[in-house]
Design a protein around this ligand. Structure first.
Ligand SMILES: Cc1cc2nc3c(=O)[nH]c(=O)nc-3n(C[C@H](O)[C@H](O)[C@H](O)COP(=O)(O)OP(=O)(O)OC[C@H]3O[C@@H](n4cnc5c(N)ncnc54)[C@H](O)[C@@H]3O)c2cc1C
Length: 502
C-alpha cells in the first residue's frame, strides 16, 4: 500500500500540470488538480464541431522520449497507451513560384527529396546544416532542456569539459545570421527560418542555439499520434487517475494562500483547499498578477510573449482536395517579412505563411465520415503587441482563396471553427494569446525564464510553457517532471537522478 506523503494541489490541467500530477501521485503523494476550463489538456484542446472532435492545439509531436520518460517513471510504457505515427512524407512546403519540397520522417529520404526538388548543392548544404544543428542539440540539451533551469552563476561553475561542449551552441549569433551564413538556397532558408516559430520567436533575434529545433524535428523525428494529440492528453489523464489524482474541471483557482512565506493552500471557487505544496501550471504572468498573495507579488515586469496564432478548422468534402499531405506549408515569396510584421509592427503579414494539418493523414483522427478536417494556422502577434484591429474576416477569405488555388481545399469546403489571438488570451489568463510563453528573442531568455521552484514562496513550484524549459508539448512535460523533482528534493524524497530523456 502506498504511503500518502504530501498534499499537493496542481493549478491547471495542461501538459505540465497533468504530468506533474501523474508523477507525484505515482510517488504516493495526495494530489488534487484544479482546471478552470470544462476540459483538461489546456492549449492541447479539442473542439466538437458538426458531430466530431478535432484538435485545436498542437499538431506535431517531437521528442516523444519526454512522454516516454513520464510513463516509465510511473511504471508504464507510453506505447501501451498511444501509437505514434511516422509520416512519409510529413511536410509539403510550397512557394508562390511553384517550387515545392517534401520533408520526410526519414532523414535520408528528406535529403533525397531536397536533392530532387532543389538540386545537389542545396542537399549538401542542408545536410551540413543538420550536422551543425545536431551538434547544438547535443551540447545544449543537457544544460538548457533536460536538467534544472540554467543560471548565469551556475554556468560559471560548470566543469571544463561541459564548458568546452558549450562552444557548439552558437549563442552569440542569431538564428537568421547562422542560417544565411550556412545556407544559400533561398527555399531552404525559409524551411529553416520556420523553426523559430516552434517556440514563437523572431528568427532575426532568437539565438542561433534554437537552430537545434531543425535537428529535433528532422533528425530525431516529428510524429503524429493515432487519434490526435488529444489521445496523448487522455493517456496522461488515465495515468493521473490510476495514481489516484483527484481531477476537477470548471474549478478556477482564485489565489494561492501562504503563511510566513510558506504555501499552505489555494482558494478555489471561494473554498479553501489546504496543501503542503502547490504546482502552478497557469501562465507565469497570471501567477504573478493574480494568484500570488498580494504581499508576494513582484513588481510588474512581464517578459515579451511569443507569437500567437489565428486558427480555423475547414471541412473538405471527401475526395475533393487535390493536394493531400499530413502537413502543408504555403510560404509567401518573402517569408522574412512575416517576422518584421509580427514583431516590429504588431501585425499579421500582408501575405502570411499558411500552415495546414490534415488531421486524418497526420493522426488518423476519426472525424466526419464524408469529409476531411484541416486545421489551419497563420502566425499572429500576441494581443499586447497587436498594433491595430486585425480584419479576421478578410484574412479567412484570403486564406481560403489561396488554399483553393493550391488545391488544398475545394470550392465546396466550409469553415466550421475559428479562433483569433484574443480568444486564446481569454481562455489562458496572462498569456496574451501567446502559444509558447515568453519569446526566446535574446541569448538571456533561457536564464530569465522562471525556474521550476519558486523564489517567492516555499512550497510553490512552476510547470508549463512559461516556466523552464519552455513551451511546446515535450518541454511542458519535462517542466512537469522538473517541478515534481524539485518538490521531491525539497521533501527529502528525491527522484533518482537519471537523464530525463535517457
Ligand atoms: C494553436 C497551437 C498550436 C500548437 N502547436 C504545437 C505543436 O505542433 N507542437 C508542440 O509541441 N506544441 C505546440 N503548441 C504549444 C503547446 O500546445 C503548448 O506549449 C502546451 O500545450 C502548453 O502546455 P502547458 O503545460 O504550458 O499548459 P497550458 O496548455 O497552458 O494549460 C494551462 C492550464 O491552466 C489552466 N489555468 C490557468 N489559470 C488557472 C486558474 N486560475 N485556475 C485553474 N486553472 C487555470 C488553463 O485553463 C489551462 O488549461 C501549440 C499551441 C497552440 C495553441
Amino acid at each position: 500500500m502506498k504511503t500518502r506523503q504530501r498534499r499537493v494541489v496542481v493549478i491547471g490541467g495542461g501538459f505540465g500540470g497533468l504530468s506533474a500530477a501523474a508523477l507525484l501521485a505515482h510517488r504516493g503523494h495526495n494530489v488534487e488538480l484544479f482546471e478552470r476550463a470544462s476540459q483538461l489538456g489546456g492549449k492541447a484542446g479539442i473542439a466538437r464541431t458538426q458531430g466530431a472532435d478535432f484538435d485545436t492545439g498542437p499538431s506535431l509531436l517531437t521528442l516523444p522520449s519526454a512522454a516516454e520518460s513520464l510513463f516509465e517513471r510511473c511504471g508504464q510504457r507510453l506505447s501501451e497507451h498511444i501509437t505514434l505515427r511516422r509520416l512519409s512524407p510529413a511536410f509539403h512546403y510550397t512557394w508562390p513560384d511553384g517550387t515545392a519540397v517534401n520533408i520526410d520522417h526519414d532523414l535520408g529520404l528528406t535529403l533525397t527529396n531536397v536533392q530532387h526538388s532543389l538540386g545537389q548543392a542545396a542537399a549538401s548544404e542542408f545536410e551540413a546544416f543538420l550536422h551543425y544543428a545536431r551538434q547544438i542539440w547535443d551540447a545544449s540539451a543537457p544544460a538548457f532542456v533536460l536538467g534544472d533551469a540554467p543560471s548565469l552563476s551556475g554556468m560559471l561553475r560548470l566543469n571544463v569539459k561541459t564548458l568546452a561542449s558549450l562552444r557548439h551552441i552558437d549563442a552569440s549569433s542569431t538564428m537568421e545570421a547562422a542560417i544565411c551564413k550556412r545556407v544559400r538556397n533561398p527555399y531552404l532558408r525559409d524551411v529553416l527560418r520556420r523553426y523559430a516559430t516552434y517556440n514563437g520567436s523572431d528568427v532575426r533575434r532568437a539565438p542561433a542555439t534554437l537552430n537545434c529545433i531543425a535537428w529535433v524535428e528532422m533528425g530525431l523525428g516529428g510524429y503524429g499520434v493515432e487519434g490526435g494529440i488529444g489521445a496523448l492528453v487522455q493517456a496522461i489523464i488515465k495515468l493521473c487517475e490510476q495514481g489516484g489524482v483527484q481531477l476537477h474541471t470548471n474549478a478556477h483557482v482564485d489565489g494561492i494562500v501562504a503563511k510566513q512565506g510558506q504555501t499552505v493552500g489555494v482558494e478555489v471557487n471561494g473554498r479553501f483547499v489546504a496543501a503542503d505544496a502547490v504546482i502552478c501550471n497557469a501562465d507565469v504572468e497570471h501567477l504573478k498578477s493574480s494568484l500570488l498573495p498580494l504581499a508576494s507579488r513582484p513588481a510588474p515586469h512581464p517578459q515579451a510573449p511569443s507569437m500567437s496564432g489565428w486558427n480555423m478548422i475547414v471541412r473538405v468534402p471527401a475526395g475533393q482536395a487535390q493536394s493531400r499531405f499530413p502537413h502543408t506549408v504555403l510560404f509567401p515569396s518573402e517569408y522574412i517579412k512575416e517576422f518584421e510584421a509580427i514583431f516590429d509592427r504588431g501585425e499579421i503579414a500582408q501575405s502570411p505563411t499558411i500552415y495546414v494539418c490534415n488531421q486524418q493523414m497526420s493522426h488518423a483522427r476519426r472525424g466526419w465520415p464524408d469529409a476531411e478536417a484541416l486545421f489551419v494556422m497563420v502566425n499572429a502577434p500576441s494581443v499586447d503587441r497587436s498594433s491595430n484591429q486585425i480584419d479576421f474576416t478578410a484574412l479567412s477569405d484570403s486564406v481560403m482563396s489561396q488554399l483553393t488555388e493550391q488545391g488544398v481545399v475545394s470550392a465546396a469546403s466550409q469553415i466550421v471553427w475559428t479562433r483569433d489571438p484574443s480568444g486564446l488570451a481569454a481562455r489562458f489568463p496572462g498569456s496574451q494569446g501567446a502559444l509558447y510563453g515568453a519569446a526566446s528573442n535574446s541569448i538571456f531568455s533561457a536564464f530569465r525564464r522562471p525556474a521550476n521552484r519558486s523564489k517567492v514562496l516555499r512550497g510553490l513550484y512552476l510547470a508549463g510553457g512559461s516556466a523552464h524549459p519552455g513551451g511546446g508539448v515535450p518541454l511542458c512535460i519535462l517542466s512537469g517532471l522538473a517541478a515534481s523533482r524539485a518538490l521531491m528534493v525539497d521533501t527529502g524524497l528525491s527522484e533518482p537522478e537519471q537523464s530525463v530523456l535517457g
